[in-house]
Each structure stands twice: as C-alpha cells, then as structure tokens.
Design a binder for this molecule. Structure first.
Ligand SMILES: Cc1cc2nc3c(=O)[nH]c(=O)nc-3n(C[C@H](O)[C@H](O)[C@H](O)COP(=O)(O)OP(=O)(O)OC[C@H]3O[C@@H](n4cnc5c(N)ncnc54)[C@H](O)[C@@H]3O)c2cc1C
Length: 396
C-alpha cells in the first residue's frame, strides 16, 4: 500500500521537503499544508527589493504554480492544521477534515514577537505584511522602527531608501549586537547614520500610543508609522499540544527526528542537534530552511544523514551586502581583513585559536572557504586571517 507523507507548513522548508521527496523517488501521497493564501515563497525580498517595489512577486516563489500539480504534490493553501493525533496518526484541519499520515514533517516556521501595547504597529513576516508596509513606504513621512535586529535594520534601510525619515530604536548598545557583537554592531549603526537614520541605542520603549512613543528615560518621539521587529518565536503550538519535546522550538536530533516516532521538524521551528557545534541550534535563516527541508525529507525516506551544514545567512542594507557563516556566541577576538572604513572587509570571530564564524561585507566568493576553515576546526593565527595575501582556504 502506498504511504502518505504530510508536511505542515508550506514555507521554504516545507516546499523543499516536498520537492526532495519526489526527487528521491517517493511515489506515495505527499500533502503540503499551508495556512497562507500563496504557494510557498522565500521571505528575504519582503524586507528588501519587494518591499521597496523594485521586485516582482513572482520572483519570490519557490516553484512555478504548475509545479505542485505536475509532481503530484497536494498543496493545500489557506488550510490550517489544527491538531496532530499521534495515536490515530492523523492531522486535523480546520473544519474537521482528518488526513492520515505515515510520516509527518512539521515546518511551521516562526512568527514575529509582539510588543505589548503597540497597537497599530506594523510587523513583517508574510507577503500580506510586506504589501501593507509597501503602501506605507509609498506614503512617506516619519517612521520609527523598534528593534535593531535583521528585520528592523533592513526595514529601516528600505524606508530610508524610499525617502522616509527614520528612527531606529535598539535597546542593546548597537543594532545587531545580539548576533554580531558590539564592534560589528557599531559598524552597522554608522552605516545607518551615514544614510540619515537616527539610531537610538541603549534605550527601551516604555509605551506606544497612537504615533507617540515614550522611551525609557522620558524622551518622546512622534511619528506617522511604527514598525516592530523584535525577533521571532517558533510556532510550536501544534507540537506542544501533541506532546512533542520542546525547548526553544521543537527538539530534534541530528537527523531532524522529533521525540515522536516518524515525526520530523525542519526550518525556523526546529532546534536541531548540530554535530559540528556539539549543541542544539535553532537557526532562523533562509539557508537553513533551504537545506533542512531536503534533509528532513531524506530522513523521512530513511536515507538521511546527520545534518551538519555550517549555518549561513545574508543581509542587504543600502549598498552594503554581507554573508555570515558559522555560529559565535562567545569569542576572544574579532579579526578584520580588508578595509572596514570602505565597508569592504571580512570579520573573523576567533575563540581558543579556532574560527567560529566569518562575515564578508561587500567581499564575495569567500564563504565556502570560510566555512571550510570553520568545519576543519584548525588552529588559525590572527596574523594570517588579517593578511589579504593569505588564501583563506589554506587555513583549513
Ligand atoms: C521579512 C523577512 C526577511 C528575511 N530576510 C532574510 C535574509 O535576508 N537572509 C536570511 O538568511 N533569512 C532571512 N529571513 C528568514 C527566512 O525567511 C526564514 O528563516 C525562513 O522563512 C524559514 O522558513 P520556514 O519554512 O522554516 O518557515 P516559514 O517561512 O515561517 O514558513 C512556515 C509556514 O508554515 C505555515 N504554518 C505554520 N503553522 C501552520 C499550521 N498549523 N497549518 C498550516 N500552515 C502552518 C506558516 O503560515 C508559514 O507559511 C527573512 C525573514 C523575513 C520575515
């Protein structure tokens, strides 16, 4: 009897998993369930060129619309999975329809963390949010962006590029400090200031009231639009109700298996054991969804291997593009190669003589080499990292 594999979450991870099931020759039933009206799409353009009205919607879709039918993938858009019954092995949809599964992948992603009391503020996660914000950017005026993470920083840049007056508020001492540390965060603060953004750091928001923001310390800001980008939370409701192990997302092993038999998780929602870093990592980035979806599909098929990709992400703000590979939470020093002033450089995060992460800013075609050095675990000398005449690959 042919089997049914159900994927809940028709984002990038879910779509790539469905594609992989078919590419690897699975000939059973594949059901891809997605709450959104659109077929699966990639989110990075939503804070960048699509938001600014410079890119077509079509460019963001993972597949052509005919793809799903042609590959016999039952894509159910605007369909919410309400519950998982692990005893009867069924997924229950809104309205009561139940879909039996032999194997199940949860690729439910993440959603913006809400700022209590920020009524009327804009958030950015999906096409609908981006379309709304795009209209706001067309209106012009004064925008305050609360939160200097990736989404906040990119929205601030796009809004500035569209000519709005922008204030970016970050409670840490620099934007992006949480991921990159203070030194690199200061560089991003300077990039925003150079483009005319007012960057307020080290300050929290006390209250938000119809276009008036009161900061801790008493300063008040008036504005036409407020965008909140204070991080995301993994969508774990279904998994929680089904009794799966959770810890900052759905806990999975290095083959993306959850605590329940034949149930897998991938993408933003999965907190996966990473063999290279010897710890669990929940990665909220495009590349992770792109690669974990297929890896989970192979695990569902029983042909999977441990997922050990070096985490990778990218960001574009104004004319500054970057790629970051690795994972660094504590380090001894950040070593720079190149011209930081000109914003063409590579930053290396080093701990105990080993490379944990590297970020190339307006320097390209080095991320594979950086990843190879991280993966090798080799001892690296700061002087060699600094020296542009030393090939990065030679340090692996
Ligand atoms: C504006 C924006 C810009 C970004 N830019 C970058 C970037 O420059 N670089 C980078 O590396 N990353 C970027 N990211 C992050 C990247 O987009 C995410 O890591 C990626 O989308 C994760 O994919 P996913 O498939 O795991 O989850 P998601 O994209 O969140 O997709 C999950 C899907 O599951 C659906 N779903 C959830 N629960 C249910 C349910 N019960 N029933 C049915 N459907 C359900 C959701 O509606 C959603 O469509 C950006 C994200 C955003 C929002």
């Amino acid at each position: 009897m042919s089997e049914t594999y159900v994927i809940v979450g028709a984002g990038l991870a879910g779509a790539k998993a469905a594609e992989t099931l078919r590419d690897e020759g699975f000939d059973g039933r594949v059901v891809l369930i997605g709450a959104e009206p659109d077929r699966p799409y990639e989110r990075p353009p939503l804070s960048k060129d699509y938001l600014r009205g410079e890119a077509e919607r079509d460019a963001a879709y993972v597949h052509e619309s005919a793809y799903y039918g042609e590959h016999d993938i039952e894509l159910r858009t605007e369909t919410v999975a309400e519950a998982i019954d692990l005893n009867s092995r069924e997924v229950e949809l809104t309205g009561g329809e139940r879909i039996p599964f032999h194997r199940l992948l949860l690729a439910t992603g993440a959603e913006p963390r809400r700022l209590p009391g920020a009524e009327g503020a804009y958030y950015l996660r999906d096409f609908g949010n981006s379309d709304t914000l795009r209209g706001v950017l067309d209106q012009g005026g004064r925008m305050v962006v609360i939160g200097g993470g990736w989404i906040g920083s990119e929205v601030a840049a796009s809004a500035r590029q569209k000519g709005l007056e922008v204030t970016l508020i970050e409670q840490a001492s620099a934007p992006l400090e949480g991921v990159l540390g203070r030194e690199l965060g200061e560089i991003y603060a300077a990039i925003h200031r150079d483009h005319g953004v007012e960057v307020l750091t080290g300050t929290g928001v006390e209250s938000v009231d119809a276009g008036r923001i009161r900061l801790a310390g008493g300063r008040e800001l008036e504005c036409d639009h407020i965008v909140v980008g204070i991080g995301v939370v993994p969508r774990t409701g279904l998994a929680e109700a089904a009794g799966l192990d959770l810890d900052n997302g759905i806990v999975v092993d290095n083959r993306l298996r959850t605590s329940a038999d034949q149930v897998f998780a991938a993408g933003d929602v999965a907190n996966a054991w990473h063999p290279l870093f010897n710890r669990r990592l929940r990665v909220e980035h495009w590349h992770n969804a792109l690669e974990q979806g297929p890896a989970a599909a192979r695990s569902m098929l029983g042909t999977g291997e441990p997922y050990d990709r070096v985490p990778y992400f990218f960001s574009d703000q104004y004319e500054v593009g970057m790629e970051y590979a690795g994972h660094a939470t504590e380090w001894d020093e950040v070593v720079f190669r190149g011209d930081v002033e000109a914003r063409e450089f590579i930053a290396f995060w080093v701990k105990d003589g080993r490379l944990l992460a590297g970020m190339n800013v307006n320097v390209w075609d080095v991320t594979d080499d950086i990843q190879a050095v991280i993966r090798s675990g080799a001892q690296v000398e700061a002087a060699k990292l600094r020296d542009p005449d030393v090939e990065i690959a030679s340090l692996a």
